[in-house]
Design a protein around this ligand. Sequence first.
Ligand code: ASP
Length: 353
Amino acid sequence: MSDHPSRRDFLGAATGVAAGAALGLPRAALAAPAVHIRPPARPVAVASANGIRGVERAGQLVSQGMDTLDAAVEGVKIQELDPDDTSVGYGGLPNEMGVVQLDASCMHGPSKRAGAVGALEGIKTPSVVAKYVLLYTNHIMLVGEGAKRFALSYGFTEEDLLTERSRQAWLRWRANRGASDDWLDVPADADLVARPTGTINLNCVNPNGEISSVTTTSGLAWKIPGRVGDSPIIGAGQYCDNDVGAAGSTGRGESNIKVCGAFLTVDHMRRGMSPTDAALETLRRVVATTEPRLLDPEGRPTFDLNFYAVNARGEFGAAAIYGARAGGRGSQFAVFDGETAGLRDCAYLYERR
Ligand code: ASP
């Protein structure tokens, strides 16, 4: 990502230092705390399991010298453009009106910049639009019609994002919605009455220890139009601090927003926790802040939520609220460890019953 300081940046920075001196702040108070971290020898990318192709692509691009944010966005774009992935971008499951509304956000560690879009319609790659907000505006988040107009002004093409597969899923959901509406019942064994979720969060670090993060989603299927989840919210869907690491989330966004989970996970790492321990600690906070209607009789959440994290040394980890059912497979996450991409098991708080 090109981020050369302009003349305006230069003058602004000089003014900031002068202002600090005028306030009588000691010189050390003006500087960020010194953190000495040995960067990883190899690039590392970590993502939700559906980002397996994305971590491989991002890892390869970073190995070739591409900027970490550009590489992370290239990674998640694979899924955004895939019509068979119903959780992000083109082909994502729609809201209750049958309209696909997309959310995305990103952060670039070296330049400390952020961008996001919410409830964006008609554009296949919201992660790229979020990157354009980061690159070209003084804002952090654009939503709805304004976000679409912004994208169109940069040459993005407006397209119908509802694939036939997602439309069929929406029609089946609508037909099963309730007994007191005007839709006829369908056979009881029809599927898709549940509320599928899906999102990609991808975080990557290069051999210089530069870090970026991105999260993109079509949000909760059948959501109320205009609903925005955690994914486009800086500090919830993803967060990146170049001195520490990056983290992001998938799962029930409303439960993440309340704890600013990505920020909290990075902050746990700042205080010395490993990425896995940081993600678990954030999930404990999520459980502690869950309202009673979303807890089972034993006080466990009735939803799942995952966090993925990497630190500036290239150590990584992930955690979920629930592990596998006996004999089954639990939540996994995708990693490019500098050589190969693969899936690994997430740590978790509770056994699934
Ligand atoms: N976190 C996303 C949201 O709440 C959904 C998901 O990850 O499944 O919009």
